[in-house]
Design a protein around this ligand. Sequence first.
Ligand SMILES: NC(=O)c1ccc[n+]([C@@H]2O[C@H](COP(=O)([O-])OP(=O)(O)OC[C@H]3O[C@@H](n4cnc5c(N)ncnc54)[C@H](O)[C@@H]3O)[C@@H](O)[C@H]2O)c1
Length: 333
Amino acid sequence: MNVRKRAAMVGLGGQATGDHLPGLAQCHLAELAGVCDIDAGRVAAVADAHRVPGFTDVEQLLREVRPDFAIVAVPHHAGQKVVASCAEAGVHVMKEKPFATDPHEAAELATLCDKACIELMVTVQRRFHPVYPAALGLLEQIGAPYLVEGRYTFRCPDPAAGWRGRAKLAGGGCLADMGYHLIDLLVWYLGLPDRVLATVSAAAAPEAEYDAEDTALVHLAYDSGLYGSLLVSRSAGPKTERLAITGPHGTLAVERGAVRLTDPAGQVVESLVREPAWPCPSAVLIDRFCRVLDGSAANPSGPAEHLPHAAFLAAAYASVATNRPADPKEFLA
Ligand SMILES: NC(=O)c1ccc[n+]([C@@H]2O[C@H](COP(=O)([O-])OP(=O)(O)OC[C@H]3O[C@@H](n4cnc5c(N)ncnc54)[C@H](O)[C@@H]3O)[C@@H](O)[C@H]2O)c1
């Protein structure tokens, strides 16, 4: 008999209500056992709607519900403490990106998970979507890459809103937040660059007060000769998402749920499209995490995979501060 694992949802904001709670309702291997948020009103509403116990204190939730794992979707500055509480209680964690806000925190969390023998899987959805691993398989067809162009943009109405508007709380701005997905693809497909030179701005809403960048441009270079850039903005519509890698035999471009291989003249050689592009990403992640916990599937997004992301971000922000290129490898803790 298939016994569902018991999941706790920690943080009941946009990502929990928009993705993970619907994901828990649709997945096959887990069920919601309890919820937690520091906002008592949110706890009451969600606990009532899902008929599960609700808590404003994560340690009490872990003690009383004793879940198999927690899905943690809290603001970036609150992540470390919540994961530490889970580790202390021996509860596995499916952690919303980012893994950590800086390389030091990333190293501490990786050690903590290791010592507590808990699994932690970071929810970078593209790693679990059939098209993005397929793109990796097609990459060798373009020859040695010499150009990479990434772009991820959309327009949020208020870049100053909440914790996302404050760099200290968010661990940066759009680069650390939505840019994390683009950095994940870059690191997964091509590895850490040898140099980054970043420029950021928080100028899209001059009347508002915020210091977390709404727009970032990162030039990057590899010793192999590959170079290019990532442009990330949460203040530039329409929504676009694309990573294109060019080599002597063509270009591989991944967009939302589609990959296209073109020859050097731009003619399509082959393409893969998933329809619908994103059926229910969270349900897939939750079921996969349950299989990781059973030992029947590998975890492609554990702490070790995310140390480079923290290093990339630290190098990019160091480059902004010094106005000079930085080597992400020097920021690997
Ligand atoms: N993977 C994706 O595509 C994606 C998309 C959106 C958000 N996210 C991530 O999800 C996380 C949450 O983002 P969001 O948009 O839901 O933010 P949000 O501000 O809408 O919600 C965060 C919630 O966490 C609660 N909270 C704060 N501190 C807490 C604590 N110590 N314990 C329990 N609850 C606490 C807040 O009260 C709030 O309800 C972030 O890490 C964000 O980067 C990921």
